[in-house]
Design a binder for this molecule. Structure first.
Ligand SMILES: [Zn+2]
Ligand SMILES: [Zn+2]
Length: 292
């Protein structure tokens, strides 16, 4: 049975080898929980072709071609699996490799029609072994690609709030284009000042499994002050499983648990939160043409 709830997993890594054995079943479970769209994250040049193919395969199931009514509600409810899009990114973990890299290749990949954003890109001062300087120049380079193609960006930021905000301001501050959202701070985990700075620039905040952790008081405190029209839901599967699945592989069907936690936080119904966050995600990735 198709759930009437419609959700978008705005950030997943389902091409990860951890899903090689049962990817199809994972997608079917997601669909059964109301996840109708998935944004697959291409995080490194090696992953782009796979992510692109993953998105294309989901669309070819519709047996219609681009610019017809593929993705229409009527067609989609006949599908057993969510419709996938992908993003073209260069994670800060790989920043030391940028010197030998031809960014023209990135532009070419990202130009493909199902690529909805540039990301994930950003700064990671916790886990990345690359120097801060390398990370910052890679981040800037990727933002330039996004600007050239006029695509939104998916930002990864860990323990790098000040630098991230400074760089985002230099690119998007005073853009004067409030109609178009510049992107999302994925897996948001910062303080209120960072949240407000990003939202001022027009960014959405991506909310994941940690919202469900009993210890995540600060995160809930910050998010409770953010308006719900600035929030999108994401699993980051196979990483960051919600409470109840910690230590296990995460998957897109668990998005519903994050939606429930957010509904609790805002004192709204699950239906209402699903409707609002799905609208936000459609806006973020400019997918309205796929949701007729
Ligand atoms: Zn990330
Ligand atoms: Zn990710």
């Amino acid at each position: 049975m198709i759930s009437r709830i419609q959700l978008i997993d705005t950030h997943a890594h389902l091409c990860d080898p951890q899903f090689d054995e049962d990817r199809s079943a994972v997608l079917e479970r997601a669909q059964s929980k109301g996840i109708q769209w998935i944004v697959e994250i291409g995080e490194s040049p090696e992953s782009w072709e796979k992510a692109k193919q993953f998105a294309e395969d989901s669309h070819s199931d519709l047996k219609t071609s681009f610019h017809t009514d593929w993705g229409s509600q009527a067609l989609r409810t006949q599908l057993q699996k969510p419709l996938a899009f992908w993003t073209c990114g260069f994670h800060p973990h790989y920043a030391q490799r940028m010197d030998q890299f031809d960014f023209g290749i990135m532009t070419k990949f990202a130009f493909s029609p199902l690529c909805v954003a540039i990301g994930e890109i950003g700064l990671d001062f916790v886990k990345s072994t690359a120097s801060r300087e390398d990370q910052i120049s890679l981040f800037r380079k990727c933002l330039e690609v996004a600007a050239e193609l006029n695509k939104p960006v998916v930002i990864h930021c860990r323990e790098a709030q000040a630098d991230t905000l400074r760089i985002l301001k230099s690119f998007f501050g005073g853009m004067g284009r409030k109609d178009i959202c510049p992107g999302v701070i994925h897996c948001f985990s910062g303080d209120l000042g960072f949240a407000e700075g990003c939202m001022d620039l027009g960014f959405y905040l991506g909310v994941d499994g940690p919202l469900t952790y009993p210890s995540a008081k600060n995160l809930r405190e910050v998010l409770s002050k953010a308006p719900e029209n600035k929030i999108v839901l994401e699993t980051d599967a196979p990483y960051l499983p919600p409470q109840g699945y910690r230590g296990k592989r995460n998957e897109s069907s668990y998005l519903i648990l994050i939606a429930e936690a957010l509904a609790n936080l805002y004192g709204k119904s699950l239906d209402e939160i699903a409707r609002i966050t799905t609208q936000n995600a459609l806006k973020l990735f400019r997918l309205h043409e796929y949701n007729k």
